[in-house]
Design a protein around this ligand. Structure first.
Ligand code: SF4
Length: 337
């Protein structure tokens, strides 16, 4: 059981300039009964909560059993012996947990569980592309629906995309759905002299697409020693100006392991909030952007799933899709190791 003042103390280092992530004692007093009830019921029902770093701090630090990026959470979903998984994130991530745990019940708390990347391509479009490029291996980012994964040869996450595409045993690759990540991989392949033919789809993450190189120039003018830490879903013009590029977990490790005067984190706000707690001596500057899908998960929805699950929020996939999508995920585990 946690008290409101203990929760406020825990979250007191978060100050990213948004009310969503600032915690008064009154706010904590509202959250604490929910947090304690969720933690009690999830034990009684042998349920676990997986949460992406982009969801709100009261979920991450109040009720989550595992916090991480897509790859880490996919691994956590693979290794659990619970009966129910509640996935506080977006739908494609909860589907990944279901693919790896077909006999468990998997729920997504929020009804607004889309993702601008995952929603940018359908299984029908992939089938058309496969007809157009029959000699290409189809590699999909994990930000895709289960049906799209089921049609692809291998999946990747932002922590292993460069390594898997470089080493994948096919000279012709079609990558989907992220065009900005595609452009960044293309630059990387050129830089190492790779002869692969590399094509990519046209989707974008609306959060990472927003960052602009002029904003970095402005921040660097005032803070010349600041490290620019960015995610591979950003534009190539941002990647060029970055001190470090990596998945959210790699970004966290970079900040913890280095000693720059300040850090500019070019990804969803939740990551900066997490780092303000986990690396309180580091200074963060600049703006960050919120993902409306990730931030739509809340404690009320999680409690409601535990007490009286809404069948519409349960992830349901047919056996054929699960089998084929699992192959794509297992190819990723194989090539990433
Ligand atoms: S941050 Fe971008 S990629 Fe991640 S869930 Fe939100 S829209 Fe999708």
């Amino acid at each position: 059981m946690i008290t409101a003042s203990e929760l406020q103390e825990k979250l007191s280092t978060i100050s990213i300039g948004s009310n969503t992530c600032n915690f008064s004692l009154e706010t904590c007093e509202r959250f604490v009964p929910l947090i304690n009830k969720i933690n009690q019921i999830k034990q009684e029902k042998n349920a676990i909560i997986l949460a992406h770093s982009y969801v709100t701090p009261e979920i991450l630090h109040g009720v989550a059993d595992h916090v991480g990026d897509s790859f880490e959470l996919a691994k956590a979903a693979q290794n659990t012996d619970c009966d129910t998984i509640i996935f506080a994130a977006v739908k494609f991530m909860a589907e990944t947990a279901k693919i790896l745990n077909p006999n468990k019940k998997v729920y997504i708390p929020s009804e607004i569980n889309g993702c601008s990347l995952a929603d940018s391509i359908t299984a029908k479009e992939v089938l058309e592309l496969k007809k157009q490029y029959p000699d290409h291996a189809f590699i999909c980012y994990i930000n895709t629906s289960a049906e799209v994964k089921a049609l692809c040869d291998s999946c990747v996450t932002s922590s292993n995309v460069y390594k898997i595409i470089e080493n994948y045993p096919n000279e012709n690759i079609y990558f989907l759905p992220d065009q900005l990540m595609g452009k960044n991989v293309e630059r990387y392949l050129k830089s190492i002299g790779s002869k692969k033919t590399f094509r990519y789809h046209s989707g974008t993450c609306y959060v990472h697409e927003e960052y602009d190189p002029d904003m970095i120039d402005f921040l660097k003018l005032k803070n010349p020693d600041a490290a620019i830490v960015s995610h591979p879903e950003c534009k190539p013009s941002i990647i060029e100006k970055s001190t470090f590029v990596g998945s959210t977990s790699q970004m966290i490790n970079y900040v913890k392991e280095t000693n720059h005067k300040q850090y500019v984190m070019l990804t969803e706000c939740g990551l900066t909030a997490r780092l303000q707690m986990e690396a309180p001596t580091k200074q963060f500057i600049g703006s960050c952007t919120m993902c409306r899908y990730m931030k739509s998960n809340n404690l009320y929805q999680i409690l409601s799933i535990l007490e009286n699950p809404n069948p519409e929020l349960e992830i349901k996939l047919d056996d054929d899709t699960i089998g084929k999508a699992k192959h794509s995920l297992f190819e990723m585990f194989k090539y990433a190791s």
